[in-house]
Design a protein around this ligand. Structure first.
Ligand code: DAH
Length: 341
C-alpha cells in the first residue's frame, strides 16, 4: 500500500471514531491514539527513513495535512459536544418564574405553651422558682400527705388511675407541694406546672390528661392577705389591669381556710355576657392557707411557719385567653387550629 493510501485510511478511521464518540474523554483517547508520541501518524513519520529522499517533502506535507484535519475535526466535535451539553443543562435548570413561591413554614407554640410561659413569666417576676414533680406518684404524695387519708370522700371526686394499690398517676400537681416541703429548704416560693390524670370521659371541658399549675409559698408571717394580694396581681397581669377578683369560701382538704377565686369577666368587664354566662365573673382557681396538718406531716412547724397554696388549670387559662370553647381542640393537633397562635 502506498503512503498516500495509508494516510487516507488512517485519517478516515480517525474521523469515523471521532464522530462515533459520545464523551469528551473519548476524544482525548482518539487524540492520543493518532497524534500522540506513540500514535499512528507519528509512526508514519518515523517510517520516513524508508521513503525515497525526493518523496519525503511530499509525504511530510501529507502527514501534516492529515494531522491538521484530525485536529480540526477533534476540536469541532468537542465544541459540538459542549454545546449540546450546555443546551441540555439550560433546559434542565430552567426557572419558571410564574411558579408560586415555596412558603417557609415556621412552627407555632401550642396555646397551652403560650399560656404556661405567660404564667411562668408573671410568677418568676414575683421571685418564684419553677419546679417539677413526678407524674407517677405514691398514694402518699397525691393524697395522704395532703390531708386526704384513706376513705376520705375527696378521693372519689378525683377518679384516679391506679398502677398498684399504692402507686398512681397523680390527679393533681398538689403532690409537688409535698416534695418541695420535704426538702426542708425554707422559705418556699414556687410554682409547679405539670400533667395530671383523671379517668374522665373526653368532652368539651374534660380530658383524662390535662395540666395544672400549682403554687406554694411558705415563710414566717404569711397571711391570707398575702394570698389575696399575690393572686389579684396575677389576675391583673394575665387578664388586664382592670381585672377585679373575688374570693368565695370553698373546701379543700389541704388548705384551711380555702377559697375559689373568680375574676371579673374580661370580655364584658363584669356587666354580664355570653362569655361569663351572664354572671360577670369567671372562676379561675382554687387556693387557701396551707393546712397546719399538711405542714406538720412534711416536717414544718406550723407555729413558726405559715403559707398559702393555689392550683390553676392550664387548659382553662388557654381556653379563656383565646376564647376557645372546646378543650378537645387543644389535643387534636390539627395544624389549621394550631397555626392561629
Ligand atoms: N388540687 C386542687 C384540684 O386539683 C386545686 C387546688 C386547690 C390546689 C387549692 C391548691 C389549692 O394548691 O390550695 O382541684
Amino acid at each position: 500500500m502506498d503512503m498516500k493510501e495509508r494516510l487516507e485510511q488512517i485519517k478516515a478511521e480517525a474521523i469515523r471514531q471521532i464522530e462515533a464518540s459520545e464523551k469528551l474523554e473519548r476524544l482525548n483517547e482518539i487524540r492520543v491514539n493518532y497524534l500522540g508520541k506513540k500514535g499512528e501518524l507519528t509512526a508514519v513519520l518515523k517510517g520516513m527513513k524508508d521513503v525515497a529522499a525526493e518523496e519525503r517533502p511530499r509525504v511530510g506535507q501529507m502527514v501534516n495535512e492529515a494531522r491538521e484535519e484530525i485536529e480540526k475535526r477533534l476540536e469541532n466535535f468537542k465544541q459540538k459536544m459542549e454545546r449540546v451539553a450546555l443546551e441540555a443543562r439550560m433546559k434542565a435548570e430552567v426557572i419558571d418564574v410564574t411558579l408560586p413561591a415555596r412558603k417557609n413554614n415556621v412552627g407555632h407554640r401550642h396555646p397551652n405553651t403560650i399560656a404556661l410561659e405567660e404564667v411562668e413569666r408573671i410568677f418568676i417576676g414575683m421571685g418564684y422558682e419553677v419546679v417539677e414533680g413526678p407524674e407517677i406518684e405514691k398514694d402518699y404524695y397525691n393524697f395522704e400527705a395532703l390531708n386526704i387519708p384513706d376513705g376520705h370522700p375527696a378521693r372519689d371526686e378525683q377518679d384516679t388511675f391506679y398502677i398498684t394499690s399504692d402507686i398512681l398517676l397523680r390527679t393533681q400537681t398538689s403532690s409537688t407541694q409535698v416534695h418541695e416541703m420535704e426538702k426542708g429548704r425554707l422559705p418556699i416560693r414556687m410554682i409547679a406546672p405539670g400533667r395530671v390524670f383523671r379517668s374522665d370521659e373526653v368532652d368539651a371541658t374534660h380530658s383524662p390528661s390535662f395540666h395544672q399549675i400549682e403554687g406554694l409559698v411558705i415563710d414566717k408571717n404569711v397571711t391570707f392577705s398575702d394570698l389575696k394580694g399575690t393572686l389579684a396581681e396575677f389576675a391583673k397581669e394575665l387578664f388586664g389591669d382592670k381585672t377585679r377578683v373575688k374570693f368565695r369560701p370553698h373546701h379543700f382538704p389541704f388548705t384551711e381556710p380555702s377559697a375559689e377565686m373568680d375574676v371579673s369577666c374580661f370580655k364584658c368587664g363584669g356587666s354580664g355576657c355570653r362569655f361569663c354566662k351572664g354572671s360577670g365573673w369567671i372562676e379561675i382557681l382554687g387556693c387557701g392557707m396551707v393546712h397546719p396538718r399538711v405542714l406538720t406531716m412534711s416536717g414544718i412547724d406550723p407555729e413558726e411557719y405559715t403559707g398559702f397554696a393555689f392550683g390553676v388549670g392550664l387548659e382553662r387559662i388557654a381556653l379563656l385567653k383565646y376564647e376557645i370553647d372546646d378543650m378537645r381542640l387543644l389535643y387534636e393537633n390539627d395544624i389549621r387550629f394550631l397555626k392561629q397562635f
